[in-house]
Design a protein around this ligand. Structure first.
Ligand SMILES: Nc1nc2c(c(=O)[nH]1)N[C@H]1C(S)=C(S)[C@@H](COP(=O)(O)OP(=O)(O)OC[C@H]3O[C@@H](n4cnc5c(N)ncnc54)[C@H](O)[C@@H]3O)O[C@H]1N2
Ligand code: MOO
Length: 405
């Protein structure tokens, strides 16, 4: 019996859990997932400092002409105090001297040798960056489960952190099965075709931050598929394509079952991709996708990507959607939850002109897909739809409904 997409995703979230951790220098931590909470040791700024190249004064010095006593540069270590009827030249980033109440930028004064004349109005605290106005010591900067982007690395560097504890990248083993398949670097025989699914999964799995192990193409025999499974069992996740239907050469299920496969689901109420199968052998989770390239690639986006986000330890492991409008009226058959690729141009979404499950072209010309409820028979132009991007990652810390009703 086919289960719903929601049930399938929940089974994935139950079985796909992050495993090991490692300590990594922050230079190598980009796009990796943090496995600790980072709190601030230092306030930022860590001392009051000048936001301008200018002069340190007191508010009462407005309109006066004062003697310049000295200059303070960024990084100077001396503790300096203001003296009455004198000003101090100060550079951006230098520590504010004791007794200073404002900074007047160089452009706003007139200088005659060592005498400096100030404007008639000086606002208290102007151009002073206060200690802790950006970050306060003790505040939480990053939570466990965050995927580190460049501006998170800024936070780590700002605190003098050299190494962080990260989840290990998921190890993903990939293989396809089919006597008709050849790799793109092999010679095609009569009525054969190039394996497009494994290269697609390799590229997408790497994009999602995994280490990929490609074990080759299995033949359509029980023994060959078993051999590929055995070679893959040290991975966190095995993704296969092909051989999950009911044909005379479809041995994927039998091969996995013979090696102890515990099945979570083997049929999903979705088009394309109904025979999608998920489960585990020991600690290795397994996703068997159908052979048809568009079915395999779309179900990878939905089920494979969800599995990888969960295995990566991300707190934002749930796929999320963009709500937009459909560009033109669109008719479809009701009865099964459908995945429809298309192009989102920032304003509206246009379904691909053709999207047969065996096709390769549609996803190369798409940047998103929509998952349409089984009751829907079509949309009027301008109707609201939810799309799931394929070329940039929209995910969320809460599990949202992905369906367009
Ligand atoms: N009697 C039935 N026949 C089929 C059913 C069904 O319910 N009853 N379902 C159809 C659907 S839907 C799908 S999807 C496929 C799933 O089949 P398999 O997962 O067993 O895949 P294969 O038979 O191995 O291949 C299907 C198709 O895809 C091509 N293929 C396979 N692997 C690759 C690859 N790595 N790269 C490129 N193309 C690949 C293969 O040559 C076939 O054309 O079953 C339907 N039949
Ligand atoms: O379910 Mo198949 O996956 O339509 O192509």
């Amino acid at each position: 019996m086919a289960i719903s997409v929601e049930e399938a995703l929940n089974l994935i979230y139950t079985l796909a859990l992050p495993t090991q951790t490692e300590i990594v220098p922050i230079e190598n931590a980009i796009h990796r997932v943090l496995c600790e909470t980072i709190t601030a040791t230092y306030s930022l700024p860590s001392f009051d400092n000048s936001a301008m190249d200018g002069y340190a004064v007191r508010s009462e010095d407005a309109g006066k002409t004062l003697l310049q006593s000295c200059t303070i540069f960024a990084g100077d270590g001396a503790e300096i105090r203001m003296v009455e009827d004198q000003c101090i030249r100060i550079m951006t980033g230098a520590k504010i001297p004791q007794g200073c109440e404002a900074i007047v930028p160089i452009e706003e004064v007139s200088v005659n040798k060592d005498q400096v004349t100030f404007p008639a109005v000086i606002k208290p605290s102007q151009h002073i960056r206060l200690k802790g106005e950006d970050i306060q010591a003790g505040m939480v900067l990053l939570e466990r489960g965050v995927m580190l982007h460049a501006h998170h690395i800024s936070l780590l560097a700002s605190q003098g952190i050299t190494h962080v504890k990260l989840y290990r990248r998921p190890r993903v083993a990939l293989f396809s099965s089919g006597n008709e398949l050849k790799m793109h670097y092999e010679t095609l025989g009569a009525n054969q075709l190039y394996n497009t699914n494994t290269p697609t999964f390799t590229a997408r799995t790497e994009e999602l931050g995994c280490d990929v192990i490609f074990t080759g193409t299995a033949e359509d025999t029980l023994e060959s598929i078993q051999e590929h499974i055995r070679r893959s069992l040290n991975a966190d996740l095995i993704i296969t394509s092909g051989g999950v239907s009911v044909g005379d050469a479809d041995f994927t299920k039998e091969a996995f079952t013979s090696l102890g496969f515990e099945n979570a689901f083997e049929s999903v109420d979705i088009k394309p991709g109904k025979p999608t199968t998920f489960g585990r052998i020991g600690d290795t989770v397994i996703l068997n996708l159908p052979g048809n390239p568009l079915a395999a690639a779309l179900c990878f986006e939905l089920f494979g990507q969800s599995t990888i986000l969960a295995l990566s330890g991300r707190s934002d492991k749930y796929l999320s959607t963009i709500t937009t409008r459909i560009g033109e009226a669109f008719k479809m058959k009701k009865g099964r939850r459908s995945l429809i690729p298309g192009w989102f141009n920032g304003e509206n979404f246009t379904p691909s002109p053709k999207f047969g499950p065996g096709m390769v072209l549609p996803l190369s010309r798409a940047n998103a897909f929509m998952m349409v409820d089984e009751k829907v028979e079509g949309f009027e132009a301008g109707a609201s739809v939810k799309i799931i991007p394929t070329r940039w990652c929209m995910s969320s810390e809460t599990q949202n409904s992905l369906i367009t009703l």
